[in-house]
Design a protein around this ligand. Structure first.
Ligand code: CP
Length: 323
């Protein structure tokens, strides 16, 4: 995101959430505390809190999604909002309508929050500029750059499992260079005080030099996960290949797949995470994904709580501005 678009209002309160990059520790901790309260309340399908009473949330998704899209919808409904979800490929975009026109038309129907997933860098900021102070933009994923609510739910899951961030060694494994999940995890975890973040993968999948400041790089899986407290597995982002050559999957599994045997060599402290979708038998084996040390379903459950927290924080900021 360019320096020119503040995500916070003049009082430092959340207006948009497009990236975690640059957000302070106090705000991230406040969001995690709020999410923790929603998670503890364990909402089960009924409307439970009125923070978004009378609000309209539009989801505009230009890439496939299961978890993010469903959990944003559940979060908004549980907070009392009306929710409309548009698949961009099935909207009038397919008939030549520009993004600006799509947003303008939706705004004419009085929208309070746009939740957007898009493969094009900069779309979220463009929409935020277009809506000005009339609505908020929340990212459900931006290209390879940012997935802020995923970063928050990953941080919440780690804090629940490990009791805090101090002294942790966290290994992020796989196609990191093309991963918005890894970037947002790094932003969140570094801000929250994790001192040892390891980037593990074949050289061609590691990010460019200078990215992920403070992280250590490993091209050997066994070295990278040895003694780790958390192993965050990533899938290969084939959709971002740009037509380039993709890795041989059998060789990738052999060198970077998380098997029971490899996990046992990592040490007894290690818990396993994965943002989904899983490619079982490639980056992770089913025995690990469904095993006792897996936090994968906990991540999904926390996704609803974190998205409720973000939406409630934005709503509270707006109420305070209006008061
Ligand atoms: N983790 C994640 O973003 O999953 P989806 O692509 O299914 O939303």
């Amino acid at each position: 995101m360019s320096a020119g678009l503040p995500q916070l209002d003049e009082h430092g309160r959340l207006r948009h959430l497009i990236t975690l990059d640059g957000l302070g520790k106090d705000l991230l901790e406040a969001l995690l505390r709020r999410a923790e309260r929603f998670a503890a309340a364990a909402p089960r399908g009924t409307r439970r809190a009125g923070a978004l009473d009378g609000w309209t949330v539009v989801q505009l998704f230009g890439e496939p999604s299961t978890r993010t899209r469903a959990s944003f919808e559940l979060a908004a409904v549980r907070l009392g909002a009306h929710v409309l979800t548009l698949d961009r490929a099935l909207s009038s975009h397919a008939k030549g309508e520009t993004l600006a026109d799509t947003i303008g038309n939706l705004e004419a129907m009085s929208v309070d929050v746009f939740v957007i997933r898009d493969a094009t860098p900069g779309v979220h900021e463009q929409v935020a500029r277009a809506v000005g102070t009339r609505a908020s933009v929340v990212s459900g994923g931006e290209a390879h750059l940012s997935h802020p609510t995923q970063g928050l739910l990953d941080a919440l899951t780690i804090r629940q499992a490990k009791g805090g961030f101090e002294g942790l060694a966290i290994a992020i494994v796989g196609d990191i260079g093309r991963s918005r999940v890894a970037r947002s995890a790094h932003h969140a975890l570094a801000t929250l005080g994790v001192q040892e973040i390891r980037l593990v993968g074949p050289r061609e999948m590691l990010p460019a030099p200078g990215e992920f400041p403070g992280a250590t790089r490993f091209e050997s899986m066994d070295d990278g996960i040895a003694g780790a407290d958390v192993i965050m597995m990533l899938r290969i982002q084939h959709e971002r290949s740009g037509g380039g050559r993709e890795p041989d999957l059998a060789a990738y599994r052999r060198d970077f797949g998380l098997t029971v045997e490899r996990l046992s060599r990592a040490g007894s402290r290690a818990v396993v995470m994965h943002p989904g979708p899983l490619n079982r038998g490639v980056e992770i084996d089913s025995e690990v994904a469904d095993g006792a040390r897996s936090l994968i379903r906990r991540q999904v459950a926390n996704g609803v709580a974190v998205r409720m927290a973000v939406l409630a924080e934005i709503a509270e900021a707006r109420r305070k501005r209006a008061a």
